[in-house]
Design a protein around this ligand. Sequence first.
Ligand code: FDA
Length: 394
Amino acid sequence: MAEQYDVVIIGAGAAGMMAAIEAGKRGRRVLVIDHARAPGEKIRISGGGRCNFTNIHAGPKSFLSANPHFCKSALARYTPQDFITLVERHGIAWHEKTLGQLFCDDSAKDIIRMLLSEMKEARAVLRLGVQVQSVDKTPSGFRVATADGMIDGSALVIASGGKSIPKMGATGFAYRIAEQFSLPLVETRPALVPLTLDPAQLESLSALAGVAVDAEARSGKTVFEEAVLITHRGLSGPAVLQISSYWREGGDIRLGLLPRVDIAALLKAARRDNGRQALQTALGEHLPKRLAQFFAETAGLINRSLADLSDKVIDSFCAGIKDWTITPAGSEGYRTAEVTLGGVDTKALDSRTMQAREVPGLYFVGECVDVTGWLGGYNFQWAWASGFSAGQVA
Ligand code: FDA
């Protein structure tokens, strides 16, 4: 005998819990199953333990997808303000860190506790440590076979996330279910991920490991202005994570250091005031000293005094700082990627409900769908919004 539920949700992450709350509030009998031992593990580790739970600027332009219009309906249906209202109703203190990014004052665990308490109120049942063996269509819905028995649901919501951080149990399960039901997939790849350099490049930048600097990071026409961090493996920091979602193998990324600073004008002024100063010393007043040294050395101008340098030399030197072109060798992959780009092709889903067009009762929500946000709370907003949309109808 199979257990009977109206809605079975696979995945107790951000999207699955939100779908459970909304379906439960409508009086649906909801079961959420997860193979992990705790719900919302990615919420727990997110935002350095404080969960960047939304972004007040979240709108369609901040999401990548083969169909950039797909996310509009869900994002309009459930907005950052809706989530803020929920957070405030639970007395969770929050603050804006930067660029519209909202974090818990205290702990990401507050968000998990909030979702669990909402689920309880909505009478949604949560079962952890459940291994799903198979999913099949039945005349009245779906049958999920688990190691502990059969579960039947009239609706099935796949909320099992993407492939990022396999160590935390990410499996690519959702893509297998999509394939089983003949839904198309958009090729997946790691996103919001540090980029790696080849050994020769690493060697040339070895003295810079640990240096952070504000920059415009550019790939093609896309540009983000935030911090870049040079590491022992390559490039990281928010600007690089952002641009990694747009970068493709073989392509360049271009770093414009000291954005909105006219460094050539500053060096020329320094030459006027103190011509005996070495180039790297003058530059080191505006850039981290190791970086200033690196640029002076690379340009063959180390220890040259400013007075020796013509306007033309200063201009061309500064052009190199404003357009530092690097060809990454690759990325750190799913091991450290914050999200998975691509996934279940939105062509196969209804944008209002997240339901598979050709498989009534089957829904995909959250990261497994081909909608990927920028860094900064956008991905959770997508999880809440898509989970909410499915929960309204499933
Ligand atoms: P999520 O991955 O959260 O949940 C999927 C659930 O399904 C998991 O509980 C998993 O155990 C379960 N599952 C998987 N396979 C299964 C199977 N076969 N059977 C049963 N259960 C299965 N975003 C943001 O907006 N702000 C932030 O601060 C951060 N910070 C951040 C830090 C780090 C280190 C990472 C890795 C990611 C972030 N993110 C983020 C991204 C964010 O965590 C991500 O977009 C959401 O968690 C996606 O929510 P989902 O519910 O779709 O998947």
